[in-house]
Design a protein. Structure first.
Length: 387
């Protein structure tokens, strides 16, 4: 959608090969949405408004529009009327009944959905690396564990890697490296909410290793499900970066609530039907899920690996004691073969991007249709301009 078009036009959303349910659909608006403008979308058949979020001038010269598709069967299409309107602000407006973000300078960004707390992105000085905590799921139950006594560096939900230029940015043992936040800003609020954070990975001696850019996005969906998208970019702007082969890593890592742990009755499941640690640890799969009962509520948390990520599908460093990580690095541990290496060299000036979706749901893997929800993200519906 790159050509100049009128202030009113029609879009067609196609479900493709999969049934869609509460599915965010993003597309680039191009010149369709000038600076200071956004879109209003209406379902042509029903006349009902379609929730839409807009992320423009703060993060891209090619604005991203995200509509929330309530339901669309496989093979079906839906026509929408799009109207270009004034944006409430450059970041897409306030949260209202949708996603609202509140930046507490020097400490955190709180994320609420429908007026209810969801999570906070914590950046305060003195921590080893930023993390999300609390992470609240259906019925407000706590989905993660923050720094348990057995592994204090498992900080709920976080980005880390155990061997980068010989430095340990995974643990909190003496001499560990750190991720130091430099800036954070709010990109969008409303039907979607997004923040952008910039940080440096720094050695124990204070030497800068790489720069991290993170976009963290959530959506105004029903209370029984939550989505949190992690778009991570590492830039070798201070020199070449060498990522070592180690299982002590997880490009995205979660320590689940102790009530979900496999040793306490929780269930680990992967995309190929593997269950329990014995069938999922060190195995490759497009997604993995940890489910069980928390405070009497049946819930689960899945991590989706994007097909464009390095070494897709990833290996999973997932344990009965509650560690849950997408790990592209620890090949010799996972295979038991030292000739298979997960090392990776990023040359000076290079950039490495990862995308993950965290899906927090009610019920079991089957109840929550985790496989179908994976396709909502990895093979999403398409949006086309009708001319």
């Amino acid at each position: 959608m790159s050509a100049d078009i009128a202030s009113r036009f029609a879009l067609e959303v196609s479900a493709g090969n999969h049934d869609r349910l509460h599915c965010p659909v993003s597309f680039h608006a191009g010149s369709a949405v000038p600076p200071g403008k956004t879109l209003k979308l209406t379902d042509v058949a029903s006349g009902s408004p379609v929730p839409v979020g807009f992320c423009g001038c703060c993060c891209s010269d090619n604005p991203v529009v995200t509509l929330l598709l309530d339901e669309l069967a496989a093979g079906q299409k839906r026509e929408l009327l799009a109207e270009v309107i004034d944006a409430p602000s450059c970041c897409g407006g306030s949260g209202g009944e949708g996603v609202a973000l509140n930046h507490v300078p020097g400490d955190r960004v709180d994320i609420a959905i429908g007026g209810q707390p969801f999570t906070s992105y914590v950046i305060r000085e003195g921590i080893a690396r930023p993390y999300c905590y609390p992470v609240l799921g259906p019925a407000g139950v706590q989905m993660t564990n923050l720094g348990p006594a057995d592994h204090v560096h498992h900080r709920s939900m976080y980005i880390a890697q155990g061997e980068v230029n010989g430095q340990d940015n995974w643990s909190e043992m003496p001499g560990h490296a750190r991720t130091v936040n430099k800036s954070v800003g709010i990109l969008a609020q409303g039907a979607m909410g997004a923040l952008h954070a910039t940080a440096d990975w720094v050695s124990a001696g204070g030497q800068k290793i790489l720069e991290e850019q993170l976009c963290l996005t959530s959506y105004a969906l029903p209370a029984g499900l939550r989505l949190l998208d992690w778009d991570i970019a590492w830039s070798a702007c201070y020199g070449g970066v060498f990522f070592g082969d180690t299982k002590e890593a997880g490009t995205l890592s979660v320590r689940v609530n102790e009530q979900l742990e496999g040793s306490r009755g929780g269930l680990i499941t992967n995309a190929y039907g593997g269950v329990t640690e014995s069938e999922t640890w060190g195995k490759r799969a497009p997604w993995c899920d940890y489910s069980g009962e928390v405070d009497g509520v049946q819930v689960g948390l899945a991590i989706f690996d994007h097909p464009d990520n390095l070494r897709y599908p990833t290996w999973w460093h997932v344990r009965d004691y509650g560690l849950f990580t997408a790990n592209q690095w620890g090949l010799h541990d996972f295979t038991g073969d030292w000739s298979q290496r997960g090392d990776y060299a990023l040359p000076k000036g290079g950039r490495l991007r990862f995308r993950f979706r965290v899906y927090i749901h009610e019920g079991s893997v089957t109840d929550a249709a985790v496989a179908a929800r994976y396709h909502d993200w990895a093979t999403p519906p398409t949006v086309a301009l009708l001319v």
